[in-house]
Design a protein around this ligand. Structure first.
Ligand SMILES: [Zn+2]
Length: 246
């Protein structure tokens, strides 16, 4: 997950002209070396999926191939996740997702950072106007942390792959680790539209212990998928963040 503590805003001129026949002025946003949007002014914020990379020739939604995100609000964050291919939430639409999500997983923007962008570009919707994040978005954020090839599989294929390749996790044997993966998937899938009652928390600010799934294969395929805190198993979002309702 990419947590946007600090972003760089730059104004630039796309080739397109504005209604008055002058060069348009757009504001791009980058964080940790990745562009989040090429135009705070023209990104399609109020469409689902939103498009955060807009065609610089015409400025029309959908002309640029890709740049799509689903935008929700999760407590103190505006959360960008990969859109699903369809309603079943079985597969993420990796081919058209915004490049920052492809590279780093979900993008979490603190609402105060979002509001600071809004103070510069006033057509930006308020953070509070986005729909509440549900288990569907948390599942999308969670699975993006798995290695490419695993993260985009339909759930059952993903589960089959994990059960075939998993060796163990840091403190759990194979069977116990599989039980926790099953329990988390059941929770995601039994009520995908349920709004989330918790929040994203930095691992450092909790007592949680990270639990990395170790696979039979190169170490870069290992997945820090879970965290353990006060008797509860929680979804980890990369090595530094977790989701908790405590
Ligand atoms: Zn175009």
């Amino acid at each position: 997950m990419l947590h946007v503590d600090f972003a760089i805003l730059k104004t630039w001129n796309p080739p397109l002209m504005n209604a008055a026949g002058r060069k348009a002025v757009w504001t791009s946003v980058s964080a940790q070396g990745l562009q989040l949007t090429n135009s705070l002014e023209e990104a399609a914020w109020d469409v689902d999926p939103a498009q955060v990379h807009i065609c610089q020739q015409c400025g029309v939604y959908g002309c640029y191939e890709g740049g799509y995100v689903r935008i929700t609000r999760l407590e103190e964050h505006v959360l960008w996740t990969a859109p699903y291919m369809d309603e079943t939430m079985d597969r993420l639409d990796i081919d058209t997702v915004a490049s920052a999500i492809y590279e780093r997983g979900a993008v979490a923007i603190p609402t105060q950072v979002w509001e600071s962008w809004r103070s510069r570009v006033n057509n930006l919707p308020a953070a509070s106007s986005f729909p509440a994040a549900t288990r569907r978005e948390l599942a999308a954020a969670w699975r993006m942390e798995a290695h490419p090839g695993l993260r985009e599989l339909p759930w059952m294929e993903m589960l089959a792959h994990i059960s075939e390749k998993l060796l163990a996790s840091d403190s759990l044997g194979y069977d116990q680790a599989m039980d926790q993966i099953h329990a988390l998937l059941d929770w995601f899938l039994e009520a995908p539209a349920e709004p989330l009652a918790g929040a994203l928390k930095p691992l450092k600010a909790t007592q949680a212990r990270l639990e990395v799934l170790r696979f039979d294969g190169p170490a870069e395929r290992d997945w820090p998928a879970l965290a353990y805190e006060h008797g509860a198993w929680l979804p980890a979002l990369g090595a530094d963040w977790l989701y908790s309702e405590a």
